[in-house]
Design a protein around this ligand. Structure first.
Ligand SMILES: NC(=O)C1=CN([C@@H]2O[C@H](COP(=O)(O)OP(=O)(O)OC[C@H]3O[C@@H](n4cnc5c(N)ncnc54)[C@H](O)[C@@H]3O)[C@@H](O)[C@H]2O)C=CC1
Ligand SMILES: O=C(O)[C@H]1O[C@H](OP(=O)(O)OP(=O)(O)OC[C@H]2O[C@@H](n3ccc(=O)[nH]c3=O)[C@H](O)[C@@H]2O)[C@H](O)[C@@H](O)[C@@H]1O
Length: 445
């Protein structure tokens, strides 16, 4: 099939590339010309494992191209995907200006029947709004279909090629069938719903995952007070198939471009119909507080942070991405500086993106993990990159001024810590070191 994707962010680019790899002809369109120029040179504007190679392959085989012009690609396509951003407005609602603009531009370009698929995450009722905008500007026939996207950054290609399910929200049976045919090579689990339910499935899924994270973080906070180990609690809970093991990793809370904005948007969607989504408001509040547990732990161990040097491992909101949108580091680093600390930071990939968001004379940009720890009074791990997980902690201990380690993602094991003199703080686990080792009660038995 001939497909056009409007917007080459994570979703547009990865889905466009994956659909071309499945044998479709795809044009990825973006109004950001430097981005399109990069893609035309074979460079990739985001860090996503495997994406560069897949772009090179499909471009070379002639199925994938990039353009700043929307008209010709829309006219040549049978299906047009909208994958533009829906960022958060100051009141929490989704900003639909890019959606509206894309809809107007598609309408003007239409030259015959097309299926317009919305992949962007949009509030309930938005696909009807898209239909209305396009309908007012064209006499050509078209259908609007909602196909929300569930990929995760860092594993975006695998998630796209092997999704747990595909949701198709449609009014027209024929359009739903065409979109189902396009997705059948990916999965047999295709669920067709009405458009409003499809829009809600996306928000409800993200809100539920965020709820799991805040729930386990609160359990972790209680574990710290009662001397239990949250990783063992999560393991024990996760074995129950009704609960499931995923998204029960306690830490410094969720970040990224979607959970924070989509939880706020769903609270607003509910508010607009006079429903107070109390549970989700608490999920957001717990997540906000969780980040600052890192600061409390540093204050507990160092007392006054003024004049201290703190090393930071990890700036991206999670590993295997250079995305720093809503990353916990973007709040933790400025908070440390406000408390008078100097901060030495290192991330394998996300340093440049972080620097564009936040820079300060009290930040020292380190070139590797050991350099970021050197001469520090404490070290905080904020992102669980493999590079940090595999580090020799005994070597790190030697280069630091004081052996204090705050592990915001619970990555280090009892065995690793026992070999060191680190004063070790994790999230919801008993403190462990050579002199204060506590054996977990049921792990590895
Ligand atoms: N980032 C992610 O992992 C996921 C994002 N989503 C949703 O997908 C949507 C897109 O997210 P991202 O890919 O992160 O977006 P992004 O904000 O990184 O990129 C959007 C792109 O669309 C372009 N654009 C905007 N208006 C345009 C127009 N009229 N014509 C051509 N290009 C235009 C922008 O220049 C930008 O390059 C959002 O609604 C998001 O919530 C859904 C699942 C996963
Ligand atoms: O709508 C979206 O944009 C996407 O949002 C998330 O994907 P993503 O933000 O890429 O990353 P996740 O792996 O879900 O992690 C989100 C945040 O939660 C945190 N997290 C995740 C899992 C966990 O157990 N604990 C935890 O703190 C991560 O560190 C990260 O900061 C969803 O997982 C995707 O299904 C969805 O498509």
């Amino acid at each position: 099939m001939n497909l056009t994707v409007i917007g080459t962010g994570y979703v547009g680019l990865v889905s466009g590339v994956c659909f071309s790899d499945l044998g479709n002809n795809v044009v990825c369109v973006d109004k950001d010309s430097p981005k399109i120029e990069m893609l035309l040179r074979g460079e990739v504007p985001i860090y996503e494992p495997g994406l560069k190679e897949l772009i090179a392959k499909n471009t070379a085989e002639g199925r994938l191209s990039f353009s700043t012009d929307i008209s010709a690609p829309v006219q040549d396509a049978e299906i047009v995907f909208i994958a533009v951003g829906t960022p958060q407005l100051p009141n929490g609602e989704a900003n639909l200006q890019y959606i509206d603009q894309a809809a107007r531009e598609i309408a003007v370009a239409l030259n015959g029947y097309k299926i317009i698929v919305t992949k962007s995450t949009v509030p309930v009722g938005t696909n009807e709004r898209i239909k209305q905008i396009i309908g007012e500007l064209t006499t050509h026939p078209f259908d609007v279909v909602s196909v929300p996207e569930f990929l995760r950054e860092g594993s975006a290609i695998k998630d796209t090629l092997h999704p747990d399910r595909v949701i198709i929200g449609a009014e027209s049976k024929e359009a739903a069938e065409t979109i189902a045919v396009l997705h059948r090579p990916l999965t047999s689990k295709i669920i067709v719903t009405d458009i409003r339910s499809a829009e809600m499935i996306k928000y409800a899924s993200n809100a539920f995952l965020a709820t799991k994270i805040s729930f386990i973080n609160e359990i972790a906070n209680i574990c710290e007070k009662v001397g239990a180990d949250v990783t063992l609690v999560a393991k024990g809970m996760g074995e129950d198939r009704r609960i499931g093991a995923s998204f029960l990793n306690a830490g410094i809370g969720y970040g990224g471009s979607c959970f924070p904005k989509d939880t706020h948007a769903l609270i607003q969607i509910a508010g607009n119909v006079e429903y107070d989504f109390k549970l989700l408001r608490s999920v957001v509040e717990v997540n906000q507080m969780q980040r600052f547990n890192v600061i409390s732990k540093l204050q507990e161990s160092l007392e006054d942070l003024a004049g201290k040097t703190v090393g930071i491992w990890g700036l991206a909101f999670k590993p295997n991405t250079d995305d720093v949108r809503e990353a916990p580091a973007l709040e933790i680093v400025p908070a440390l500086i406000t408390h008078g600390a100097k901060v030495k930071v290192y991330d394998p990939i996300a340093m440049d993106k972080f620097r564009k968001e936040y820079n300060h004379e009290s930040i020292l940009w380190s070139s590797n993990a050991v350099a970021a720890a050197a001469e520090c009074d404490a070290l905080c791990l904020l992102t669980e990159w493999d590079e940090f997980v595999k580090t020799d902690l005994q070597q790190i201990e030697k280069v630091m001024d004081r052996p204090i380690l705050v592990d915001g993602r619970n990555v280090f094991s009892q065995e690793q810590i026992e070999k060191t003199d680190f004063t070790y703080y994790s999230v919801g686990r008993p403190m462990m070191n050579r002199s204060n080792a506590q054996k977990p009660s049921f792990l590895n038995i």
